[in-house]
Design a protein. Structure first.
Length: 288
């Protein structure tokens, strides 16, 4: 069939007065399904080296922010889980990584660290910027932030996001994060300092809770990581953050277990709850 098609094309081109030579094989290069840059890659956040979560950098016109889930930094009573935090992130093709240290007490006192009253979101102002988000920027860290190690490409973030009302049901999403609770210590299959991706769809929206439901499992460590929606247009595809991972949706199998005389357990349903970007932007507007 392949040779017949090649012969047919040769005849057609010859009749048009054109001479061509068709190669016997065509080399096809694999194309990455996500952007080559690292603008939507997550950061690994550790609190006093004991508690872990995910986050990402967001660019606004005059600053860079670290975005994460509130419960990554605070307990149920709103008390910080520790005094010191550290973030680790990577740029494309750079194994060095960028490491930032945060004095959470200093940041809180200065008003640079804020958490939302009702939504599972928190922001830290990392640095002030002298140029708009779409240009090469000179960053000045705020008090309480130490640039311990910065890769050659610097601190890369994204300014592309969608608010709750603009999230499209059924669209593909990618979850970025550091699910350090999966795998077994006796079987070190996963590098806990490298991000992992999961793919799903926007499965629903909870208008009462003002949250997004995605058909994609999440695990301890994913919390605070960015959820990126893939928007397919006529001649282009774009990627925009729609929110941050908040929690997984549990499945209670008590009814089924009782029927067979087993023990009830709470399982991961494979769905996850996402906090939209609206409360994140509300927090940013309150920071000096």
């Amino acid at each position: 069939m392949r040779h017949s098609l090649r012969a047919f094309l040769f005849i057609v081109l010859a009749n048009l007065g054109m001479t061509t030579y068709l190669p016997m094989t065509t080399k096809v290069f694999a194309q990455r399904a996500i952007p080559d840059n690292s603008q939507t890659r997550p950061t690994l956040i550790s609190i006093d080296g004991k508690s872990f979560g995910s986050g990402f950098y967001l660019n606004t016109e005059d600053a860079v922010w670290l975005i994460t889930a509130k419960h990554v930094l605070f307990d149920d009573k709103g008390v910080l889980l520790g005094q010191k935090a550290e973030s680790l992130g990577y740029n494309e093709g750079d194994d060095l990584g960028t490491v930032l240290e945060f004095d959470l007490k200093v940041l809180t006192a200065a008003g640079f660290l804020r958490s939302h009253k009702s939504a599972d979101a928190a922001v830290i102002k990392v640095a002030s910027a002298t140029e708009p988000a779409d240009k090469q920027r000179t960053l000045t860290p705020v008090a309480g932030v130490n640039l311990k190690q910065v890769s050659k490409q610097g601190i890369t973030g994204t300014s592309n996001y969608l608010k709750f009302d603009d999230v499209a049901m059924g669209n593909d999403v990618i979850v970025y994060g550091y699910p350090n609770s999966i795998g077994l210590r006796a079987m070190p299959q996963i590098d806990q300092k490298q991000p992992l991706l999961r793919k799903g769809i926007v499965a629903g929206r909870n208008s009462t809770q003002h949250t997004i439901i995605i058909d994609c499992p999440s695990f301890n460590g994913n919390s605070g990581g960015p959820v990126v929606q893939i928007n397919n247009r006529v001649f282009e595809v774009d990627f925009k953050i729609i929110g941050i991972v908040s929690q997984f949706v549990p499945f209670d199998n008590s009814g089924w277990s009782a029927a067979i005389g087993g023990n009830a357990t709470i399982l991961n349903s494979g769905y996850s709850v996402v906090t939209p970007m609206d409360p994140v932007m509300d927090l940013i507007s309150q920071v000096p």
